[in-house]
Design a protein around this ligand. Structure first.
Ligand code: FIX
Ligand code: ZN
Length: 438
């Protein structure tokens, strides 16, 4: 079983203890310099074409901002959806950035992106920003954005049943070393009755009741996509009502197909638990909410599948403490991120401090969940800003308790949080050897 081991980044950092006065500066420098691996995004590599969203109109029509628009504007969702993308972006800019002050986490994010590109943040219209983004060549722009964000690579979210995305992979989309694929299986696991026919249509001998050869055929489907995409993990988001074990299509697909396949390919399964899907369908992607989940499901999965590795993120603030405790119980569980509604500095601080106190640096503090390319600029700026005092205080407490740390140790710790924990867990740099057990 792969566990999280140490890979010191470079020998240049001295082993001299860092003084209390220097600590905050050194931590900030090391946080600034670590090339972060963004282990969950909705970004797409260039060869997946227009699936990848970028530019000012996409930044403004982000579902986080649409949710806020409907709080400030008289505009009814139905009318909003009848507008063009540009008209929607103009309305959001006018409502949230001109007629009101952009104080929320998401609106401030857009301001930070504009500033990062040297664009005006108080303009009454979007002409300057549109001109700028229209002048960018995508490939060069991607590399520039990654540099600005201080990230070395991102992990995508790839849906093998997405009618627009799947054909691009089947035709052989060119890989990109800065974009790692993930096999996202929500449609198969959560909505089998609605999607089994897509597999049938592609020649897999499955049926709606998951009878006969269906499970073996789903495994063949996963094997074909593993071969085609070389995903670094498989993933699924789950409702707050998720139970395991469960006598359902979901329970059987996880137990008999997905988890065994992950073991066969020696890759983790990522479960993102706690969504109340579409509580307000009128606002589309912005219409999902959160619910407290029963994390016994996680306990049962870790116990039943000791040879599988799980990446777990929970959406409810109330589930964080339990997840921390389960992390202490199961070496095959790696918690990650302050997901979605939790990605607010006040909550990130609370969750991260408890995780450090409970499990040291054996977790992944954050992922961006970026849906639009330039969002990584503000999401990682915010994460570094929030993490600096937390990490500094951690080392300050250690020094007060009798042990000072060197810059090298600080670099190693930060490298672990934002790189090696993930690299090891998904065997990112190693060969993906097949697991003989399955
Ligand atoms: O399920 C997920 O991966 C979620 O992150 C998304 O569905 C969600 O819409 C989102 O963008 C959260 O930040
Ligand atoms: Zn996501």
């Amino acid at each position: 079983m792969a566990t999280i081991t140490e890979a010191p980044r470079s020998a240049s950092a001295s082993a001299t203890p860092v003084s209390a006065e220097q600590l905050s500066q050194v931590v900030q420098e090391e946080l600034q310099n670590v090339p972060i691996i963004d282990m969950h995004t909705h970004l797409f590599m260039p060869s997946l074409g227009r699936l990848g969203l970028w530019g000012i109109d996409e930044l403004l029509t982000y579902h986080y901002l649409e949710a806020e628009l409907f709080r400030f504007s008289q505009m009814k969702p139905a009318n909003y959806w009848s507008l063009t993308k540009q008209e929607q972006a103009d309305l959001i800019w006018r409502t949230l950035f001109v007629e009101n002050t952009p104080v929320s986490e998401s609106t401030r994010g857009v301001i930070a992106v504009l500033k990062a590109f040297g664009l005006g943040t108080t303009n009454s219209d979007l002409n300057e920003a549109r001109e700028y983004f229209q002048s960018r060549k995508l490939d060069a722009h991607i590399r520039h954005v990654f540099e600005l964000a201080g990230i070395s690579e991102v992990v995508m979210t790839n849906d093998p049943l997405d009618p627009e995305e799947a054909p691009l992979w089947e035709k052989g989309a060119a890989p990109d070393k800065q974009f790692h694929p993930v096999l996202r299986l929500d449609r198969i696991i959560n909505k089998w009755p609605q999607h089994w026919e897509v597999l049938k249509g592609k020649g897999y001998n499955v049926d709606q009741d998951l009878g006969g050869k269906s499970v073996a055929e789903v495994r063949r489907f996963l094997a074909d996509w593993y071969g085609r995409m070389k995903p670094v993990y498989m993933a699924c988001s789950l409702p707050d009502t998720f139970e395991y074990p469960e006598d359902s299509f979901r329970g059987r697909l996880l137990q008999q197909a997905v988890i065994p396949s992950c073991r066969e390919f020696n890759i983790p399964l990522s479960l993102m638990i706690g969504v109340r899907y579409q509580v307000n369908p009128a606002i589309k992607l912005a219409g999902d909410a959160v619910g407290k989940a029963n994390l016994r499901a996680v306990e049962h999965l870790c116990v039943e599948f000791p040879d599988n590795r799980f990446l777990i993120s929970v959406l409810s603030r109330e589930n964080q403490h339990e997840l921390c405790v389960y992390t202490r119980k199961f070496a095959n569980l790696l918690p990650f991120g302050c997901w979605w509604f939790l990605n607010q500095p006040s909550i990130v601080e609370e969750i991260t401090r408890e995780r450090i106190e409970m499990v040291g640096f054996s977790f992944i503090p954050q992922h961006s969940d970026a849906r639009v390319l330039e969002q990584v600029v503000y999401k990682w700026k915010n994460t570094r800003r929030t993490m600096a005092p937390i990490v500094t205080n951690t080392y300050r407490l250690l020094a007060e308790d009798g042990r000072q740390v060197s810059r090298e140790e600080i670099r190693r710790g930060i490298n672990r949080l934002f790189r090696t924990n993930f690299e090891r867990w998904v065997n990112l740099r190693g060969g993906h050897e097949r697991h003989s057990a399955a």
